[in-house]
Design a protein around this ligand. Structure first.
Ligand code: UT7
Length: 333
């Protein structure tokens, strides 16, 4: 059976470090609260006013992924770009990235699955490669959250969580049928769509946003934090087990779990309910916050660098977030 594999990974974060202490200049919060509730110590934010968007961070990550895969850019056949913080409403951010990288005309897809975006992207790449439609796909998760956060006390429950960053993977045919993406298991349930969302601007209104909504801060992300937390800690272990069982494996076979980085406490719950020791889970939210579509590649690359993932290890990527969307991808590294 044809199988696709991640041939190279690349990541990029802005150089500006924003610590929890820095946030206390703008809102009523504390280093202790943020660390205790989320595990986050610092995050990277772009310099505001610099004009840097998601496509810029993505371009840097993509160049590194191409280098790691030792693949010339001319070989790329398709781009799948996951982001909830696009450069503009339209066209999609993928075409700006395509132009920045100098890629020839090809299918370029923007997808909107938030925290699960990178996993949806990998799954799309896998299907296109396995059917023989294309050979090499660039899958990107990139976000510039910081320009869209309410950094006053009104928005503190959300603003302290998010960071900017990008991760990219070059996905292509595997030369070894035992290695690569084994399966993906994707879900969405729109019954909770408003529990983590940005309401305005909205095409349901004319104008799409007015002074009133701006004053009320309805263009900022809003979240029912506890509800998201509760759903994440139940859905993530469930979909990890589904991926393992689908492939005839159990938790004992799993070499490393790479969970979406939304909250260290969520991931500790997930780890505990799966009965995994620390050496078989990787987290880096402490230094990057929640970079949404970029967390999985950022965390996966680091897990490889620190030696938690080695060739032929069974690796499960798992995510949960806005939509709600959730999913897992099982792969043999
Ligand atoms: O990737 C997208 C998916 N997102 C997630 O998975 C996030 C899931 N949710 C969470 O991570 C948590 O719900 C949060 C970290 C967002 C919040 O933690 P919590 O333990 O659920 O706190 P809470 O919202 O129940 O708030 C507890 C208290 C409140 O004060 P009172 O009402 O008890 O007086 C909040 O006003 O903490 C207050 N609070 C803060 N205090 C200091 C909320 N945000 C802050 C803050 N600093 N930044």
């Amino acid at each position: 059976m044809a199988r696709s594999r991640i041939l190279g990974l690349g990541t990029f974060v802005p150089s500006r470090v924003v610590t929890n202490h820095d946030l206390t200049q703008w809102m009523e919060t504390s280093d202790e609260w943020i660390i205790e509730r989320t595990g986050i110590r610092e995050r990277r934010w772009v310099e505001h006013g610099s004009g840097i968007g998601s496509s810029d961070l993505a371009a840097e990550a993509a160049k590194k992924a191409l280098e790691a895969a030792e693949l010339p850019k001319e070989k790329i056949d398709m781009v799948v770009f996951a982001t909830l913080s696009p450069d503009h409403d339209f066209p999609g951010t993928g075409v700006f990235l395509q132009r920045k990288l100098g890629l020839r005309p090809m299918p370029v897809l923007d997808i909107r699955q938030q925290c699960t975006g990178f996993l949806y992207g990998l799954s799309i790449a896998d299907q296109f490669i396995n059917t023989g439609m294309v050979q090499y796909v660039l899958v990107i998760g990139a976000e510039v959250h910081s320009t869209g956060l309410d950094v006053t006390s009104r928005g503190r429950d959300v603003a302290v969580l998010f960071g900017d960053g990008a991760g990219a993977a070059v996905v292509g045919p595997s030369d070894d049928p035992s290695r690569g993406i084994l399966s993906s298991h994707l879900y969405a349930d729109g019954t909770c769509a408003e529990d983590l969302w940005v309401e305005f601007p909205s095409s349901k209104h004319h104008p799409r946003i007015a002074h009133k909504e701006l004053e009320e801060g309805r263009h900022y992300p809003k979240m029912e934090g506890r509800k998201v937390f509760k759903n994440a800690v139940s859905k993530m272990p469930e979909v990890v087990m589904e991926a393992l069982r689908f492939n005839g494996y159990g938790i004992k076979d799993l070499g490393c779990l790479i969970p979406h980085q939304a909250n260290l406490r969520i991931n500790e719950f997930v780890q505990k309910s799966l009965g995994l020791p620390d050496g078989r889970v990787h987290n880096n939210i402490q230094r990057y916050g929640n970079t949404t579509a970029a967390t999985i590649p950022l965390c996966l690359e680091e897990a490889i660098q620190v030696g938690k993932i080695k060739r032929d290890d069974l690796v499960c990527l798992v995510a949960f977030g806005a939509g709600f969307t959730w999913g897992s991808v099982l792969l043999r590294w």
